[in-house]
Design a binder for this molecule. Structure first.
Ligand code: ATP
Ligand code: MG
Length: 564
């Protein structure tokens, strides 16, 4: 491609709304442009990089027996009502006048097809996948294409007869994912994850470590335990019971609202307090008890509640329901609320909590005796330094970006969408499903996060839009123009993808800057100085290493570098 004719609108300035490197560089390099929040147009270089990623993904999906489909982005709303996912928070964008939704993923459509055509055990196993545009009702699109409202996803689905077979399909996908990210040159790690809106019995995420990541992971350097904070546990000890169970006692705590203020006011350790958090779950009042300063993890909460919509109750509503403000709410004699508690509180007594009366707390609470707790769940977010659940060594917490997610769905969709098969004895069984996603933009953007410098992107040959950036340093020199044109023709004949800077009236400095910004792995530089000695220059973008090569040896040398 000749740069003189190419549409690659590079920018000199860093766009002010872009604050992470991949976003900045994809804009500056003319890879893409934003249309509206979370929605991007991919320009020619962006399409080429995405296509390279898709090719790797497609090859590895095919290698594990995946069969490619192309499923509609427009889905009938009724299908999502049937599966029970129509109202998952922040999930579905819809087209109201036609009762259509824009599919955020495709378990429903896969289920629809499978329910019609999978009849007997002879039709199984199947693995189907697509690489296609997906829509999500993201409340906060950010970080460029890393979190868009529209993105390209590879989503694969396995259909099996048994849980054992699901394990095989799942493991095959996990292996394919490792190959994909290794081939793309992305440094990743795998964590145990929450199944979230997908449901099911188990899942893992493929992550890159990044200060810009919206996921938080707990990692153990000692034994390799790795989990998303949404499911991570630790060996934090429970607080102990107090020996003597005293009767309930109201205590006056003027202007004392937070656990820290209580600790100071009463001079009692924070592990003697049951903190109350007031929520609504699917509209109904819910009180959540946490031990002391333990932080509630919203994903764990959603999992404990079996899905649905849970959000904090607003202060006015709380006051009108209980007659007290947030800092004075507690579980004793609280009517109209479902009460759940974190596991660390199970079996405890001698606790202090709000009295549902401003400026008062209640002491000596024995949860079993005084409170109608409707279940103890793991609800707390673990913190850095807590003991690893496997080996007790301190856990490290790091931010991460999710590249891909694999799920054992089990029968969740088979049950709601009626996906069954007949076994050898003619008995009907639910199909056991798995689902496996990768964001194509995340491959490209995460790669850039890990491979850039102050000058621009540093592509490897797998994802690079072009293998070679050929620079005619000065087109007004006849010799340079002739040698460059010849090189461009020869590389083209060899089938090498070349971006050729043949622009006239552009300074060499500008051309070099653009080449570094766009980031192709090899730069071939044809200039007056070198030509005088019958030479051109080859620069490796990654190391900056330059070598001078005789014109007649250039093709051999380039071939050698390309085949490394
Ligand atoms: P996240 O936790 O980042 O919101 P998710 O759990 O919603 O991701 P999945 O439903 O598992 O994601 O989707 C599969 C893959 O699609 C993700 O691993 C990610 O690579 C990609 N993806 C998900 N949401 C987005 C988005 N808003 N923009 C770009 N890619 C996305
Ligand atoms: Mg999401």
């Amino acid at each position: 491609m000749r740069l003189s004719k190419a549409f690659i609108p590079t920018l000199k300035e860093v766009p002010s709304d872009a604050n992470i490197p991949s976003h900045q560089l994809m804009l500056r390099g003319g890879y893409m442009r934003q249309l509206t929040a979370g929605v991007y147009s991919y320009l020619p270089l962006g399409v080429r990089a995405l296509t390279k990623a898709m090719n790797v993904v497609r090859e590895e999906m095919n290698a594990v027996g995946g069969q490619e489909l192309l499923l509609p982005a427009l889905n009938p709303e009724s299908l999502w009502i049937q599966s029970g996912r129509r109202n998952v928070p922040n999930f579905i964008l819809s087209i109201k006048e036609r009762d259509l939704v824009l599919a955020p993923t495709h378990e429903e459509v896969i289920g629809y097809i499978a329910s019609m055509h999978i009849q007997s055990y002879k039709d199984l196993p199947q693995t189907w996948y697509q690489i296609h545009t997906t829509f999500r009702n993201e409340p906060r699109p950010r970080s460029g294409v890393l979190r868009g409202r529209q993105f390209i996803m590879k989503d694969a689905y396995s259909l099996d007869r048994s849980w054992e077979d699901l394990d095989k399909s799942y493991d095959a996908q996990a292996e394919a994912y490792k190959k994909i990210f290794n081939r793309c040159g992305i440094k990743f790690f795998i964590v145990g994850a929450s199944s979230g809106a997908m449901g099911g019995t188990g899942s893992q995420e493929f992550m890159i470590e990044s200060e810009f990541g919206e996921d938080t992971t707990a990692l153990c350097a000692s034994c390799g335990y790795a989990a998303n904070l949404e499911v991570a546990t630790s060996l934090m000890p429970k607080a102990a019971r107090v020996e003597k169970n005293e009767p309930l006692k109201e205590i006056h705590t003027p202007n004392v609202k937070t656990i820290d203020q209580l600790v100071e006011f009463l001079n009692i350790d924070q592990s003697r307090f049951a903190k109350s958090l007031v929520y609504r779950h699917n509209g109904k009042p819910l009180l959540i008890l946490m031990l002391g300063n333990d932080q509630l993890n919203e994903s764990k909460l959603t999992a404990a509640l079996g899905g649905g919509n849970a959000s904090p109750m607003d202060a006015e509503e709380l006051l009108s329901l209980t007659g007290a403000d947030g800092g004075s709410i507690g579980p004793v004699q609280l009517t109209g609320f479902r009460i759940i508690a974190d596991k660390r509180l199970e079996g405890l007594n001698g606790l202090i909590s709000g009295a549902n009366k401003n400026d008062y707390h209640i002491a000596n609470i024995d949860l079993a005796r005084d409170v109608n707790v409707d279940g103890y769940y793991d609800l707390r977010s673990i913190e850095a330094g807590e003991p690893c659940p496997k080996c007790s060594k301190p856990l490290k917490i790091s931010n991460a970006i999710e590249l891909g997610h694999i799920f054992k769905l089990g029968t969740k969709y088979s049950d709601t969408l009626n996906i069954t098969y007949l076994d050898e004895s003619g008995k009907s069984n639910p199909v056991i499903m798995g689902s496996y996603g990768i964001g194509m933009e995340r491959i490209v953007a995460c790669y850039i996060e890990q491979n850039h410098d102050k000058d621009g992107i540093i592509w490897n040959k797998v994802l690079a839009p072009y293998a070679i950036h050929l620079i005619a340093v000065n087109m007004s020199s006849k010799e340079v123009a002739a040698a460059s044109e010849k090189m461009y023709g020869q590389l083209g004949e060899m089938g090498v993808e070349v971006l050729y800077d043949d622009r006239a009236n552009i300074t060499p400095g500008f051309k070099f800057k653009d080449a570094d910004l766009l980031g192709m792995p090899i730069q071939v530089i044809v200039g007056d100085k070198g030509l005088k000695n019958g030479q051109l220059e080859i620069k490796r973008r990654k190391t900056g290493e330059r070598i001078l090569v005789k014109l007649e040896d250039a093709l051999t040398e380039i071939k050698k570098i390309l085949s490394e």
